[in-house]
Each structure stands twice: as C-alpha cells, then as structure tokens.
Design a protein around this ligand. Structure first.
Ligand SMILES: [Zn+2]
Length: 77
C-alpha cells in the first residue's frame, strides 16, 4: 500500500515529466500545453483551440474550478 509520500513523489514525477513535454511542445505550438499539467493526459486539439493558452484538460479544469467555487471564485469553463 502506497503511503502519502509515495503518492506525492509519483505526482511530482508526473508533473515534472509533463512540464518537460510541454516545454518541448510550446516550442512548436507557442500557445496551449499539449499535455495536462495536472494529470499528464493529452489535451484535445479542440480544447486547445477553444481555450488558447490552457494548461489543463477539461476534466482537470472543471475540478480546479469546483475547488475555486468553494473558495469564492467564479468558474471560467
Ligand atoms: Zn487533466
């Protein structure tokens, strides 16, 4: 069973790997991230076109905005 340190380390490794992919991708696209900065999944082209400069996939963006609603911020999806 993984403890919190293992889960945190796995998340850090995922975020770092996605950051490297996105840095490489931005050299070519100059806009949105090709991979979600939260989960590492590819961001569909339709989302990248609809939301230029996005860094999260739709699912992660919605989760992030739900967290923000609880903090009194508005949604942008
Ligand atoms: Zn995501």
């Amino acid at each position: 069973m993984a403890d919190l340190a293992d889960i945190a380390q796995a998340h850090i490794e995922t975020v770092a790997a996605v950051a490297v992919k996105n840095v490489s991708a931005k050299v070519y696209t100059g806009k949105s991230s090709l991979y979600c900065c939260e989960c590492g999944e590819p961001i569909p082209e339709a989302r990248r076109e609809a939301a230029p400069y996005c860094s999260l996939c739709l699912d992660c963006q919605q989760l992030e905005e739900l967290k923000n609603v609880g903090r009194g911020r508005k949604m942008n999806v």
